[in-house]
Design a protein around this ligand. Sequence first.
Ligand SMILES: NC(=O)c1ccc[n+]([C@@H]2O[C@H](COP(=O)([O-])OP(=O)(O)OC[C@H]3O[C@@H](n4cnc5c(N)ncnc54)[C@H](OP(=O)(O)O)[C@@H]3O)[C@@H](O)[C@H]2O)c1
Length: 320
Amino acid sequence: MKYRRLGNSGLKVSELSFGSWVTFGNQIDDKTADRLMTTAYDAGINFFDNAEAYAGGRSEEVMGRILASKQWPRETWCVSSKVFWGGDQPNQTGLSRKHVFEACHAALRRLQVEYLDLYFCHRPDPDTPIEETVAAMSDLIRQGKILYWGTSEWSAAEIMAAHAAAERVGGYRPTMEQPQYNLFERHKMEEDYSRIFADYGLGTTVWSPLASGKLTGKYLSGTPEDTRISLEGLEWLKARFEGQDFEKELTKIRRLSGLANDLGMTMPRLAIAWCLKNPNVSTVILGASKVSQLEENLLASDDTEKLSCEVLETIDSILA
Ligand SMILES: NC(=O)c1ccc[n+]([C@@H]2O[C@H](COP(=O)([O-])OP(=O)(O)OC[C@H]3O[C@@H](n4cnc5c(N)ncnc54)[C@H](OP(=O)(O)O)[C@@H]3O)[C@@H](O)[C@H]2O)c1
C-alpha cells in the first residue's frame, strides 16, 4: 500500500481506503463487514469512511463494533463521519451548530471512538450561515472531538467561502473535500477545484470510483440479480442504470473493458487505477459487498504504472 498526504495537512492516508455506504447495516451481514474491514486493514488501508446517514446510523454501529473488537492500535487507522442527514426533525439535518455538535456526539458513540479523524459536511447547507458551521467545526477540533474537518460535494466557490469565513471567525479552514470521481464524473476534480488545489493544497477522499459498480463491466450483458441497484430504497440509483444515456455508457464500458483486457487487468482495476493517476486524489474510497471484490480492487495500486500517457489518451478518446 502506498500512502499520500491529505492535501497540505500532515496526515498520511492510504491511497486506497474503504467505505460502508449501502453495504454495512443494510446489504451485507455483520460477519461479511468484519471480513471486509480485516481484508482492508491487512492490505494496509488506514482510512475507513462512514456517515450518520448510512443505513440510518446502523453502518456506524457495525463499524464501531468491528473496530472495538480488533486489537488494531488506534494510531494505525483513521475513521470518518459526515453530518447532514440525521433524521426527519428540523434540527436533525443540515449544518447548524446544534446539529453539527449532536451528530458528532452520536457518531462518536456509534463508532465507539474518542475522536473522529475526519469529519465532513456531507452537503452544503444554504439555511445556515457559513460562519456558524466553520465555528462549530473549529470548536469540535479545539475540544479534541475531531482532528480535521472537510466538505463533501461542495462547489469550489462554497469551499472558498469557508476559507474566508475561517479567516473572519478565527477558525480552522477545511482540509479536505469528498467528491465523486470516476471515468464518467470528472468536472469537480479536473476543473472546478483547480485553483483550490494550486492555492490551498486541498485534500480529496474521492467516492464511487466504479460509479456504483457500473464501471466493473458486469452490467454489459444485462442486470445481475444480487447487486445494489436491486435494493429497496435505491430506485433513484437504479434509474441511472437504464435508458439511452446508460446504453451510451455501456458502449464506452465495452471498449474500456477491451483496453483493460489488452493491458492485462480487469475493468474495475482499470477504473480505480485511473483515479489514482490524478495527483490531486489523496485517497480513493473503495466499496465492496464481497471480499473477492475488495481483493480484486486492491490490485489496482500496482496497475497504475501500466496507465502510460498514451493509454490515458486512449481512455480519453473512448470517453469523448
Ligand atoms: N460523500 C458522499 O456523498 C459519498 C457518496 C457515495 C459514496 N461515498 C463513499 O465512497 C465509498 C465508495 O463508494 P461506492 O460504494 O459507491 O464505490 P464504487 O466502487 O463505485 O461501488 C462499489 C460497489 O460496486 C460493486 N463492486 C465493487 N467492486 C467490484 C468488483 N471487483 N466486481 C464487481 N462488482 C464490484 C459492489 O456492489 P454490488 O456488489 O452491489 O454490485 C460494491 O459495493 C462509500 O462506501 C462511501 O464511503 C461517499
